[in-house]
Design a protein around this ligand. Structure first.
Ligand code: NAD
Length: 475
């Protein structure tokens, strides 16, 4: 597989070198090919995702992965032309007086490798693909092995309808992903965990491959004293239930004013029960993807409970571990005020559980957020504008939604990406186009070269150093 992947990459890169510049019309036509493949095969893709998750409803997969991918592809298709235009830049003085010009040109990089994840098994491939094709590149996709039917379906439909020298798909396990990440791509995009992201960056460094890392983490939610608590809890319960909590920007830790935490817990559970009156076999709730991940989430909760931490469940269940062995639809678990030593306070939950923490003063919340790794998302619920500004100015995160969750990640006209441990680089919108373009500065010299008359040519005259030093000023 490694040889054939390396050969495939070489052929793609040779095809790129043969046709370095790709017109706007060609880029649109290439993106349209992908759109057509997705539209024509959306049913097969939704069925594959349903099977891989053991019951992810086709309606959800169409909304999340099919429509989400199509929106990225269409946005790039319809906007790429102005992004591609050369930009004139100011030339330094006095060359600007002498007829010099300068511009920035946006060149395709070549072949982009994209490693996707299982939680959004189509979207995490096709959202970066949209930007990479928009920037005039060729692409090799590596779907996650955790959703094998989806991976096989993507491989089949792309190989049937799209030239592999434009977009190819390789499938396989972690060994294939590891070999893939060591190939000399012109850019690599990895979506996944922070732990594996570090390995990807290490492998890419051998070939100096630039990387976009779309990672995860524990996204915090600040619920202000000024928030409409009922509305906030409704939106939070809905956001946490999205994809069974298996979303990179899913709320993970929620800070409530101490006096409101108990009522907030009730409201979260009530709202969750309204959306999902029963859990078992409920097609509206996405199961945890497999037994391993379901047990992992169950253990995060059960370990805290065993240590004496209060846990509240939206539905009565005898044992979370039993659900892991059954239909994997865990009810919402609220883990209330665990100590920092608990695993659930350290690891990304990535499933239907939340940590609730009380606070007395907003500065405690800001300090706690800043004591952790930089998160992918941060959420603020409330109407206190000064407090909101304080939270935003004194924390950092990949992105922010105010008075809701997840929404900023759906913006097409704004960069999406992490910071620090939650990743680097962006996709979506013009920033996605820029991530996959080489920004090449072109300087055009004036006809007349003034350097001889300025005494700038060697051999330098006596006093050259003093003349240079005289210009070292602080104004
Ligand atoms: P993961 O890191 O386990 O796996 C992701 C991909 O990495 C898979 O395709 C896998 O084949 C590959 N991989 C695994 N081990 C590897 C290795 N040693 N070398 C090279 N490749 C390897 O992540 P996951 O469990 O699939 O996904 C969950 C994580 O992804 C969560 O942390 C979540 O927050 C994050 N995520 C981030 C985004 C985002 O846009 N920022 C989106 C979705 C998920």
């Amino acid at each position: 597989m490694t040889d054939s992947m390396a050969g495939l990459l070489e052929r793609q890169q040779a095809a790129h070198t043969l046709q370095m510049s790709v017109s706007a019309a060609q880029r649109r036509e290439r993106i349209q090919q992908v759109i057509n493949v997705v539209v024509e095969n959306h049913q097969a893709l939704a069925e594959a995702m349903e099977a891989d998750f053991g019951g992810r409803s086709q309606g959800f997969s169409i909304m999340n992965d099919i429509l989400g991918s199509l929106a990225c592809l269409k946005y790039t298709r319809d906007n790429l032309e102005p992004w591609m235009q050369n930009e004139n830049r100011d030339v330094f003085s006095p060359y600007d007086q002498l007829g010099s010009t300068a511009r920035v040109e946006y060149q395709p990089k070549g072949s982009v490798g994209v490693i996707g994840t299982w939680n959004a098994p189509l979207y995490t491939l096709l959202a970066p693909l949209a930007c990479a094709l928009g920037a005039g590149n060729r692409v090799i996709l590596k779907p996650s092995e955790v959703t094998p039917k989806t991976a096989e379906t993507i491989e089949r439909i792309f190989s049937q309808h799209i030239d592999p020298l434009l977009v190819a798909v390789v499938t396989g396990g972690v060994d294939v992903s590891a070999s893939f990440s060591a190939l000399p791509f012109d850019h690599m995009v990895f979506t996944g965990s922070t732990t594996v992201g570090k390995k990807i960056m290490r492998a890419a460094s051998d070939n100096l491959v630039p990387v976009t890392l779309e990672l995860g983490g524990k996204s915090p939610v600040v619920v202000s004293e000024s928030a409409d608590l009922a509305e906030a809890c409704k939106r939070l319960a809905l956001a946490k239930s999205n994809n069974g909590g298996q979303v990179c920007v899913s709320p993970d830790i929620i800070y409530f004013p101490r006096a409101k935490l108990d009522q907030a817990a009730d409201l979260l559970l009530e709202n969750f029960r309204t959306f999902f009156p029963q859990m078992s076999d409920n097609p509206d709730f996405v199961p945890v993807v497999n037994q391993h991940h379901c047990s992992r989430v169950a253990q995060l909760v059960e370990q805290a409970q065993a240590a004496g931490v209060e846990v509240r469940s939206s539905h009565d269940v005898a044992s979370l571990s039993d659900i892991a062995a059954q239909d994997k639809r865990l009810p919402l678990q609220l883990v209330i005020s665990p100590s920092k030593d608990e695993r659930i306070m350290q690891e990304e939950i990535f499933g239907p559980a939340l940590v609730l923490l009380p606070y007395d003063d907003i500065s405690e919340v800001i300090n706690d957020i800043n004591s952790r790794e930089k998160p992918l998302a941060l959420y603020y619920f409330g109407e206190d504008q000064a407090e909101q500004a304080n939270v935003l100015a004194n924390t950092t995160s990949g992105g922010v939604s105010i008075n809701d969750c997840l929404m900023h990640a759906a913006m097409h006209d704004a960069p999406f990406g992490g910071v620090g441990a939650s990743g680097m680089g962006h996709y979506h919108g013009r920033e996605g186009f820029l991530s996959f373009s080489h920004m090449r500065t072109v300087f055009v010299a004036p006809v007349h070269d003034p350097r001889a008359e300025w005494g700038m040519l060697p051999p330098h005259y006596e006093g050259f150093k003093e003349a240079m030093a005289a210009q070292v000023t602080a104004d």
